[in-house]
Ligand binder design. Structure first.
Ligand code: ACO
Length: 312
């Protein structure tokens, strides 16, 4: 049974009215948004690490400039998202502490290693491609600051996806057989983890029903995952690469590709902190946080000085 204010709130959501920071909202709505937006922010920030690994080894100046711009965009996305979460009454310090202590989740995908340059192409094509599919609907979600942040994020993600695919076209269609083999190896490693980005199957998705009712989520995990498969298979064909799934098959009746079972044990292991790079990623964030302490102190000292001067 919904209380009076809850009913009125749900009506506004159903009518497509954007909820703004100062509007009344159920505590659970606020909590769900803080959870999702902060996890999303952490994913953007941790997501800089796998690609940062190749910045000093990019094959040309042009590729290096592109990669650097893209990684900086991810930092920006993290910052917009932390700001959006702050409008819900949580502080950035709390969110960062939760990430560094291992309490907060971030996307499983960023716990996989980038072993070759082809992995940079795969991240752009598949990981940023999945991010776009997941995030375009979020531009229409019920919470104003989150929806607005997503508009710019999606525009930038689409550049990221294109740069990844462009890199792969170069290697697969204009490169050497060794380069193409490197891309196939990278696809074999990134395909399944990319499908896991969309979260557990609908039946196991604990938050979906409520989040869909609140229009925080507009499509289910499985719907978006299917979209990703349908979109990516022809793109893999154009590259001349084979998707590593023997059960992948066009289903004429459904008008979609059928695909094989995802290894959910692997997904849960990575969420629990036991993916190939979880420890390394968190350590890198902790080191960066410590190394940046003097910058935060300097800013605080400067702000205090400015405030004292204004008082005189
Ligand atoms: N990695 C880590 N945790 C995950 C993942 C994943 N790929 N998928 C689901 N989970 C977690 C959920 O956070 C939830 O745990 P929690 O209740 O402790 O928060 C649990 O698994 C069950 O999943 P759901 O009930 O389906 O959770 P939810 O409704 O939040 O859906 C989803 C998950 C689809 C990721 C949603 O949170 C979302 O759309 N988030 C915004 C987008 C985002 O965060 N993208 C990050 C990667 S993209 C990028 O940064 C480039």
């Amino acid at each position: 049974e919904l209380s009076g204010p809850e009913q009125a709130f749900q009506q506004r959501v159903d009518d497509g009215v954007r909820i703004e920071p100062k509007d009344w909202m159920p505590q659970a709505y606020r909590k769900t948004l803080v959870r999702q937006i902060s996890q999303h922010a952490h994913s953007e920030i941790v997501g800089m690490l796998p690609e940062g690994n190749w910045l000093t080894r990019a094959p040309t100046l042009k590729r290096k400039a592109i990669l650097q711009a893209k990684i900086q965009d991810e930092a920006g996305h993290g910052l917009y998202l932390y700001s959006a979460a702050e409008t819900l009454g949580v502080s950035r310090e709390e969110m960062v502490d939760d990430l560094l202590s291992g309490k907060a989740k971030y996307s499983t995908i960023f716990n996989y290693p980038t072993l070759t340059w082809a992995d940079i192409g795969m991240i752009g094509w598949l990981v940023d491609g999945s991010a776009i599919i997941n995030q375009i609907p979020l531009c229409r979600c019920s919470y104003g600051p989150y929806a607005r942040a997503m508009v710019r994020v999606c525009k930038e993600e689409s550049f990221h996806q294109r740069q990844g695919y462009d890199l792969l076209i170069q290697m697969c269609r204009h490169g050497t057989p060794e380069q193409k083999a490197m891309c196939q190896d990278a696809l074999n490693r990134w395909w399944w983890p990319s499908l896991m980005m969309f979260g557990p199957p609908d039946a196991a998705s604990t938050n979906s029903a409520q989040s869909m009712q609140w229009r925080i989520k507009l499509f289910s995990n499985d719907e978006l995952r299917q979209k990703m498969v349908d979109q990516s298979v022809p793109q893999a064909e154009y590259l001349g690469l084979t998707v590593p799934d023997p059960d992948l098959k066009w289903n004429e009746a459904r008008g979609h590709y059928d695909f094989g079972e995802i290894d959910w044990d692997e997904f849960h292991a990575v969420i629990k902190g036991n993916g190939p790079c979880n420890r390394e990623r968190l350590q890198a964030r902790r080191d960066a946080h410590e190394a940046g302490a003097w910058v935060r102190e300097a800013f605080s000292a400067h702000a205090a000085k400015q405030a004292a001067r204004r008082k005189v």
